[in-house]
Design a protein around this ligand. Structure first.
Ligand code: TXA
Ligand code: MG
Length: 326
């Protein structure tokens, strides 16, 4: 997939304070040496991301936790054993040495051991922590292929490792273990129920006491075209009335029965949650690129396996103006 030479080159770029985009099992990351403030500043500049939005530090294995966190509770070990390497990020109290650029000035740090073989090879060869937000411009749809990364950043990122399409397709689940009770900060492929089962205790509802996770801002993961979520019957009605007005409509539906309407671009999302998540950002990018006035998305099923997908779609939809369908 990626040669030893490419990994060596990527490590050299990281050591020199440059940026390396790399695949993980969730989405592509835009990586920098987590212990190099100048390199970290480049991440914020490339993404157009505000400095108070903290970064996830990626490490090769749980043994390295102690380099980044202090007062590590036994729950962290339980979750690490069960879910690492994998799509789970754990928030812990930061070690004193961790840069404020990584933590956004908070007293906590986000840590994750990714399972993607290219991410693992890179982390092992580099040896240290790699701070990596999702490889997309701030607020936009995450990248799940190397081509997505290049379309986001062009030549500003000198090294892009191409590890194929990301397996999971949506960002890691984030659990906060820095407080009195574990709290879910971002839903993901690993569900709240799986975390509760592994911990043997309930999760707290994320409240005002939990640290800020700005990826939980209402508007995030958004295409440039206004996006609305609705039930299938309403979607069909709205698509009909908008196209009748001469508007161009993009739809991410769950049925393959595409209505014959002029100016309608239709994608049928896969029926199972895993495939739907895998394809989600690529589908949103395709619909965004179709030059339509609106993207209509059929609401996913109200089931635990779809919770993270519904979360991302709701954020993509937040703030979109309602179309004038009269
Ligand atoms: O799957 C993923 O998590 C991907 C891949 C590349 O690992 N990364 C990712 O990073 O989604 P990013 O930066 O797009 O989202 C990280 C989220 C943000 O919402 C950020 O606010 C939150 O993690 N976060 C990071 N450090 C935090 C901390 N100390 N306390 C609370 N939230 C934190
Ligand atoms: Mg992101």
């Amino acid at each position: 997939m990626v040669s030893d030479r490419e990994i060596k080159n990527a490590v050299a770029v990281l050591r020199a304070g440059g940026l390396v985009a790399f695949p993980t099992e969730t989405v592509y990351g835009l990586g920098a040496d987590a212990s190099n403030p100048e390199a970290l500043k480049k991440v914020f500049a490339a993404k157009g991301r505000p400095h108070d939005h903290p970064l996830i530090v990626h490490i090769a294995d749980a043994v390295q936790l102690a380099n980044w966190a202090r007062d590590i509770p036994p729950q962290a070990g339980k979750l690490a054993r069960k879910f690492w390497p994998g799509p789970l990020t754990i928030i812990l109290r930061r070690a004193a040495s961790v840069s404020d650029l990584v933590t956004g000035g908070q007293d906590t740090v986000a840590l994750r051991v990714p399972s993607h073989p290219v991410a693992q090879a890179l982390l092992r060869a580099f040896g240290g922590g790699i701070a990596a937000p999702s490889a997309n411009r701030f607020g936009r749809v995450s990248a799940t292929t190397a081509a997505h990364v290049r379309s986001e950043f062009g030549d500003t990122v000198e090294c892009v490792l191409d590890g194929g399409a990301a397996d999971v397709g949506i960002e890691s689940t984030i659990i906060d273990l820095s407080g009195d009770q574990p709290a879910l900060l971002r839903p993901g492929w690993i569900t709240a129920q799986q975390l509760q089962d592994a911990l043997g205790m309930p999760l707290a509802a994320p409240g005002s006491a939990s640290p800020r996770a700005p990826g939980t801002l209402a508007k995030h993961y958004a295409p440039q075209t206004p996006l609305l979520m609705m039930e299938a019957d309403l979607l069909l009605e709205l698509a009909a009335s908008l196209t009748r007005q001469g508007k161009r409509v993009a739809a991410l539906a769950r049925s393959a029965h595409q209505p014959l309407l002029p100016g309608l671009t239709w994608i049928a999302g896969p029926a199972d949650a895993a495939s739907y998540a895998h394809d989600l950002y690529d589908n949103l990018r395709k619909l965004d690129a179709a030059g339509c006035d609106t993207i209509l998305v059929e609401v996913p099923p109200q089931e635990a396996a779809w919770a993270a997908i519904t979360d991302r779609l709701a954020r993509a939809a937040a703030g979109s103006p309602a179309p004038d369908a009269t």
